[in-house]
Each structure stands twice: as structure tokens, then as C-alpha cells.
Design a protein around this ligand. Sequence first.
Ligand SMILES: C[S@@+](CC[C@H](N)C(=O)[O-])C[C@H]1O[C@@H](n2cnc3c(N)ncnc32)[C@H](O)[C@@H]1O
Length: 218
Amino acid sequence: MIRSENLRSGYIQDDVEEYLYKLLPERDAVVTEIEDYAAENRVPIIGPAVARLMALLVQVSGAKHIFEMGSAIGYSTIWLARAAGPKGKVIYTDGDPEKANRAKDYFRRAGVAKRIEVRVGNAHELLNRTSGKFDLIFNDVDKHQYPDSLRVALPKLRRGGLFISDNTLWSGKAARPAAPDDVDTRGIQEFNRLVYASKELYPVLIPLRDGVTVCRKQ
Ligand SMILES: C[S@@+](CC[C@H](N)C(=O)[O-])C[C@H]1O[C@@H](n2cnc3c(N)ncnc32)[C@H](O)[C@@H]1O
């Protein structure tokens, strides 16, 4: 079942999208509670279909050192942390301290608090200030900031690492001419152009839900 409207793509036929979500196994109590809270309070989350893709990418790549830009109430963070396993370390970042407090409670109850470091502030500045390189960086900040996310993330990603961004079709608007003041659509369009033009990245835009772009650093 599709619990919240933000999980609809806006370009996939409704019955096909419902079918895709009905195939997914039920989640545990904490993850289900977060999905319900997000639906009731209109918190945009990646949802279970994209979360499974992320978990799969963490598992097949063996990523342990993960940085997340735009973590909100920690839904995607929990999926990343669980997939990374007990030796994994995920850095949560969000500019909203209230969301971070809620996320901390979920992390404790989901049994992954020890694998997650919570940092509140501007995700780009926080990543810039962090030493070392990451196996995987997940980008889900406000969409007009996506070109900046790319500029900040690239030097912080190890060779062979994955840079993953959500919402890269932006309800299909990415494919259509954008109004001059539609800064989010323009940000996504510029981001998509930049990743496919980059000689350092091997990107694939997957039309799952709102579009997910997975890039491997060459
Ligand atoms: C789409 S939500 C993240 C959802 C989360 N990834 C999930 O799927 O569970 C975007 C979040 O990014 C945060 N945000 C936007 N721009 C940011 C920035 N530059 N630095 C830190 N947080 C930012 C917002 O406060 C919001 O909570």
C-alpha cells in the first residue's frame, strides 16, 4: 500500500505504482511507525521501495563508511545503518534540530544508535569539515542545492565509492522546460547534466519512485 502521496512518482501509472508497493514485505514496528508519522505529518521520506534499493547498494558494495546529507527524521538513515551492519558507521545530517531529536529516538528503538552519528547543521559544511573519504554518500537535501551537493561530495568520496541522490526526476518535471523561478527543478536539471558530463562519475538514473541517481566514482 502507498502510505503517503509523496511516495507517488507523478509519472508512473497509479496501478503500476500500487503494484510495486504491494510487492514489498511489511517493515518492522519502528520503521512502520516512521512511515506512518511521515505520512501524517507530510515529512518527505524515500519510502520502502527506494530504501530497499539503497540497502541493496550498501550490501553489494560493502559500504561501511557512509555520509548522509538531508536525513530528516532518520528513515533513510536506519535503512543505511542496518544494511551496513554492526561495523558500519553512518553520519546523519540535517539542519532541523527537532527532526534530529525525533530521529535519535527512532535510532535507539531501531537498535542502530551506536552505528549513527547525528550532526545538526548545513550538510555541505558538515561534510566539508569531515576528514577522510566515504564509501557511500547519500544526497537528499533541498533540490536547488543539488549542484552544490555534487561539488562538495565528489572530493569526499573514495574511488569506487557510490554517490546516490533521490528525486532526480522530480515528479517528471526534470524532463520538461522549467520556469525561471522554479529553482528546485532547475537545480535537479543542472545536477543531472553535471553528473552525466562528469569524467569522474559513472551515473545511472533509475526511474524508481521520484528517480534515484546512482553514481560510481571512477
Ligand atoms: C527529503 S528530506 C530527507 C528525507 C530522508 N532522507 C529520508 O528519506 O528519510 C530533506 C531534509 O533535508 C534537510 N535539509 C535541506 N537542506 C539541507 C542542508 N543544506 N543541510 C542539512 N539539511 C538540509 C531538511 O531539513 C529536510 O529534513
